[in-house]
Structure formats: structure tokens, C-alpha cells
Design a protein. Structure first.
Length: 201
């Protein structure tokens, strides 16, 4: 089955997905920060992050489903979950499939977060960055609108937003560690007092 509607749905969900996924990643970075504001508490950022993450997953599933249903190009159902073996644009399609698989891993481990060691959950959650990169490169390689001016501007803005957020987070962590080491160096040593009999304690 094929129709112009499916074609436009495929393109539309892909473009919107890049924007929503980018916002999800940026909010995820901000949600890990230690700073809080009376006007914008951290739980608001975390709530938006989770909400947009759910929207991203739905858009991703819709994008993959439309690509399989639309017979304009030959994409089989299993090629939406196995990131190799495709006959149509195998590299770019494989990256999109990889983004889907990594996102499923992140969602599954997030749902089971209370049963996983925090470090394991955190490492698996970091694969969100890999999923985002794979999704962006997938769109650049296979998207029919990828070389149009407005599409290039959207992609560039999304990449810039994630890079700035990630670098800001890294700088904040490094400054916090340096400040912590400085506080440990200047910490006063225990004061020794004399007892009545002249001894020290």
C-alpha cells in the first residue's frame, strides 16, 4: 500500500521526531543539574523530560510503522528492528533502526529503574545520546528534505542545542569537582585541647 498521505506522514513524523527528541535530551541534561529555582523547580524539568520522552517514543514507533506500511520503498517489518540486512539504503536505514532499538532499551530500563543498580541504569540511560546521534544521521542520510534550507536549519539548531547543553553540563561537573577539592584542602584540622593534667586530646 502506498499513498501521498503515507509519504507525508513519514516525512512529517521524522522531522517532528528530531525536534522532540532533541528537547527530550536537552531537558534530560538540565534535569541532572544541581541548581534549583523558585520559579522553575527541578521536578518541572524532570516532568517535562518524561512527558516529551513518551511523545518521542510514540513518534518513533509511528515513523517506523509508516515506513513499513508504505510500499513506495521496500522496507520489511523486521528491518525496523534489526539494524542490518536492509536492501533499501542499508546504512541510513540501519542507523534509524539502531536509534529505535537503543530507545527501547532506555525506556525498558527506565521503567525498571527501581530494580536496577543506579550505576547500571545511568550507563544504559546514557545510550540516549547514541540513539539521538543515530537518529539525526539517519535523517540526514535518508531524508528527502535533508538538503533543503529549512530542514538544514532545524537540524543545525537541534545539534547546537544538544552540544551546548552537554558541554554546559560537563563544565558544571568539572567546576563542582574543583570546588569540592578546594574545600577539602582548606578544611581546618581538628583542634587539640589541653586537659587538666596537661595531656592532649
Amino acid at each position: 500500500m502506498t499513498s501521498p498521505l503515507l509519504w507525508y506522514l513519514n516525512r512529517g513524523t521524522g522531522i517532528v521526531l528530531v525536534v522532540v527528541f532533541t528537547l527530550t535530551v536537552v531537558l534530560g541534561v538540565l534535569a541532572t543539574g544541581r541548581s534549583v529555582s523558585r520559579w522553575w523547580p527541578r521536578f518541572v524539568t524532570q516532568g517535562l523530560h518524561r512527558g516529551l520522552a513518551a511523545v518521542s517514543v510514540l513518534l518513533l514507533l509511528a515513523h517506523a510503522l509508516v515506513a513499513v506500511v508504505d510500499e513506495f520503498v521496500d522496507i520489511r517489518w523486521w528491518q525496523a528492528v534489526v539494524p542490518f540486512g536492509a536492501t533499501y539504503e542499508p546504512l541510513w536505514l540501519g542507523l534509524g533502526t539502531l536509534a529505535l532499538d537503543l530507545t527501547v532499551v532506555v525506556v525498558a530500563t527506565s521503567l525498571a529503574r527501581s530494580r536496577l543498580p543506579h550505576r547500571l541504569w545511568f550507563v544504559l540511560h546514557l545510550t540516549t545520546y547514541a540513539a539521538w546521534v543515530a537518529g539525526v544521521v539517519h535523517g540526514l542520510g535518508i531524508g528527502t528534505d535533508a538538503d533543503l534550507g529549512w530542514s538544514v536549519a532545524i537540524t543545525a539548531a537541534c545539534v547546537a542545542a544538544v552540544v551546548v547543553a552537554a558541554l554546559g553540563r560537563v563544565v558544571a561537573v568539572l567546576l563542582a569537582r574543583r570546588r569540592s577539592r578546594g574545600e577539602r584542602r582548606v578544611a581546618p584540622s581538628p583542634v587539640r585541647t589541653l586537659t587538666v593534667d596537661g595531656g592532649r586530646r
